[in-house]
Design a protein. Structure first.
Length: 313
């Protein structure tokens, strides 16, 4: 069997920007002294005159991005999620969100898979922070294919967009001819009848692996990939929940305010359904190898399978 291709979505972000730079002369990329880590250095190498290193001043970077947007440029402000969504929240809210400016935020190194950088850098709160800003689109791609498609969709969308990318290399799962990305639309990546597993980001691969393990236990799980957390694909979630009657959400993020909360908001209003939320259970992360942390917090295939079994049985 051939080895599964793995690519970090932050790599996809940098590659997508370099490609789009050929098509959009008004595309400008900003970074906060992290171009090598966020992979915007790929764009910088191709278009040095359109790359701005703002230094370790993320709040100022968001202000610059806002100003550029008012001149007709399409700025992509890039940094670690902890800094882009956390440190610069006020500027994102007031300078970008409030005036609904056409700024795209590329937030890399999100979640516990940041690994050895530890709890201070493992941002598990960014989706919640960005979801609450009126008009902000929130995207969390699952692999290389989806990440590149998301960056293109973001530049075509008029308005603020927050994109979440990871440090850890993850399997490519959407490399198929019929793959199509659309903001606000999810996809069923595995049909099932007994329970719905709604996943986002790197946890989509875990959910698919869990579904394989569950099948051996006689449980037919449906797996839904929600790449766009805001706006949420309510119709898809309601349809799947109606079919299976039980829902489990899986995310590399706090269970408070993220995908799980969004799904619960949807189902509470449209189709009351039992929901179990898997993710960071109101705790901080810790330092360690990324794959070991994913396992420690029950977000690998085995961990998700175990939690779904407990829930269903």
């Amino acid at each position: 069997m051939s080895e599964v291709k793995k690519i970090a979505t932050r790599e996809s972000y940098g590659n997508a920007l370099a490609e789009l730079g050929k098509e959009y002369e008004n595309l400008v990329v900003l970074d906060a002294d992290l171009a090598a880590a966020t992979k915007t250095a790929t764009f910088k190498k191709a278009f040095p005159e359109r790359h701005i290193d703002c230094g370790i001043a993320e709040c100022n970077m968001m202000g610059i991005a806002a100003g550029l947007a008012t001149t007709g440029k399409i700025p992509f402000a890039s940094s670690f999620a902890m800094f882009a969504a956390g440190r610069a929240f006020e500027q994102v809210r007031n300078s970008i969100g409030y005036p609904q400016l056409n700024v795209k935020i590329g937030a890399t190194h999100a979640g516990i898979s940041v690994g050895e950088d530890g709890a201070t850098h493992q941002c598990n709160e960014d989706i919640a922070l960005m979801r609450v800003i009126p008009g902000m689109v929130v995207i969390n791609p699952s692999d290389d294919v989806e990440a590149k498609a998301a960056v293109r969709a973001a530049i075509e969308h008029v308005g603020p967009v927050y994109m979440r990318f990871g440090r850890l290399a993850v399997p490519v799962i959407n490399d198929r001819p019929d793959y199509h990305f659309e903001i606000g639309k999810g996809t069923i990546v595995r049909e099932g009848t007994d329970v719905t597993i709604v996943a986002t980001g790197i946890c989509v691969d875990s959910a698919l692996g869990a579904a394989e393990l569950l099948a051996k236990e006689g449980i037919n799980a449906e797996v839904v990939n929600i790449c766009t957390i805001k706006p949420l694909d309510d119709d898809l979630i309601v349809a799947s929940a109606k079919k299976t009657g039980r829902v489990v959400t899986v995310e590399e993020h706090s269970v408070i305010g993220g995908l799980g909360s969004a799904v619960c908001d949807c189902l509470c209003a449209k189709l009351p359904t039992p929901v179990k939320k898997l993710g960071m259970q109101d705790v901080f992360g810790t330092s360690g190898p990324a794959s070991e942390l994913v396992k420690k917090f029950g977000l690998d295939a085995e961990g998700v399978c175990k939690s779904v079994l407990e829930y269903v049985k």
